[in-house]
Design a protein around this ligand. Structure first.
Ligand SMILES: O=C(O)c1ccccc1NCC(=O)[C@H](O)[C@H](O)COP(=O)(O)O
Length: 208
């Protein structure tokens, strides 16, 4: 099956358009004020307006209240939610909207048990654990920790870039990959050439 690509942390309409033109399947909008890639509803609306049809719009939250998530759902056409904090399965399921649950790969985490916990998730995103930031750190984790058995589709994230994406996809065989830092020229500012090179790397494996 073709490995999909999500480009996360889009803050500008032109970056969303570039990602779509390069073949991205989804873009991520970070609704977490402490992120250097945070967008508000107006900025998100402008990014979404620049996208062609059939590119999924993912809204990312970190321990937001249900009210905040609902306000964003009411204001924006978000296809998927992405929960990147310590949200419980009950909280995620309770929103009644398709979602991805991100798991940060803390050394003590039982990965198999954690992946089985969010049964209502459309997919499970595995990301590097970092003591200071909940995501977008540009750091990798040990891919050997990814279980072969996946109760939900696996989305691989954390420190991916054009230089390692082929090896990452070949060795972990994810449903999709997610990247932010590795396709940037500066935090929140994407680089069209890096996006294109990243997606070409995925497509080299897709066309094997
Ligand atoms: O991107 C952020 O700034 C961010 C902040 C807080 C929570 C999550 C965040 N990003 C989540 C993503 O989906 C990233 O693409 C993922 O963490 C991988 O990031 P990177 O290692 O920079 O490619």
């Amino acid at each position: 099956m073709r490995v999909r690509v999500k480009i996360c942390g889009i803050t500008r309409p032109e970056d969303g358009a570039d990602a779509a033109a390069a073949g991205a399947d989804a873009i991520g909008l970070v609704f977490y004020e402490r992120s250097p890639r945070a967008v508000n509803i107006e900025q998100a609306r402008a990014v979404i307006a620049a996208l062609p049809p059939f590119v999924s719009r993912v809204g990312l939250f970190v321990d937001a209240t249900a009210g905040t998530v609902r306000d964003h759902l009411a204001a924006l056409p978000l296809d998927l939610l992405q929960f990147h904090g310590d949200e419980s399965p009950e909280f995620c399921d309770g929103l009644g909207h398709p979602y991805i649950k991100a798991l940060r790969m803390h050394p003590d985490m039982d990965v198999v048990a954690a992946m089985q916990t969010w049964r209502g998730a459309a997919g499970i995103l595995l990301d590097a654990w970092h003591p200071a930031v909940p995501g977008g750190s540009g750091e990798r984790f040990d891919w050997e920790r990814i279980p072969a058995e996946r109760p939900r589709p696996l989305i691989l994230a954390g420190g991916l870039d054009a230089g390692n994406i082929e090896q990452a996809v070949r060795s972990t065989r994810p449903y999709a990959v997610d990247v932010s830092s590795g396709v940037e020229q500066d935090k929140g500012i994407k680089d069209p050439a890096k996006i294109a090179a990243f997606i070409q790397g995925v497509n080299r494996v897709n066309t094997d």
